[in-house]
Design a protein around this ligand. Structure first.
Ligand SMILES: [Zn+2]
Length: 141
């Protein structure tokens, strides 16, 4: 079986394109680490000029991002001893905030990851901060 993807398949909307998944994880102590993965692909229909009025396309992008997060979550968490950005205690979790830049010529997902301890109050505070940040950004839709 030959599964190789050739460059001639790029114009096919069902063909997969290579994407970059870049995670930047930083905590309150000034530790920062960048993780970049190139082994992932996305359907051409969600890259370049995705039709964001289509709920199906939006869902596809969200599921893709969820999948990327799930695949690399442990690796980021275990990369070093992170500290909660809210209270400085040892982090037991990483909260991901992936954003789609699949419409760019070089399709990518940028993920700002934030270490968090087991305290639900810290988690809620980090989530709220991200929601605020997203609201101030001019996301075209
Ligand atoms: Zn905390």
């Amino acid at each position: 079986m030959n599964n190789s993807i050739t460059s001639s398949s790029i114009s096919n909307p069902n063909a997969n394109r290579s994407i970059e998944y870049a995670i930047t994880c930083s905590d309150a102590t000034g530790q920062e680490e960048k993780f970049v993965f190139h082994q992932h692909t996305a359907p051409s229909s969600v890259c370049q000029q995705p039709d964001l009025s289509s709920n199906q396309i939006k869902t596809q992008i969200i599921l893709l991002m969820r999948d990327l997060v799930k695949t690399h979550h442990k690796e980021v968490l275990q990369a070093r001893a992170w500290f909660c950005v809210e209270c400085n205690r040892s982090a037991t979790n990483i909260i991901h905030n992936p954003m789609s830049y699949l419409h760019l010529p070089k399709p990518q997902i940028i993920d700002l990851a934030t270490p968090c301890c087991a305290n639900k109050i810290c988690e809620a505070s980090i989530q709220a901060h991200f929601a605020e940040m997203m609201a101030t950004m001019d996301v075209p839709n």
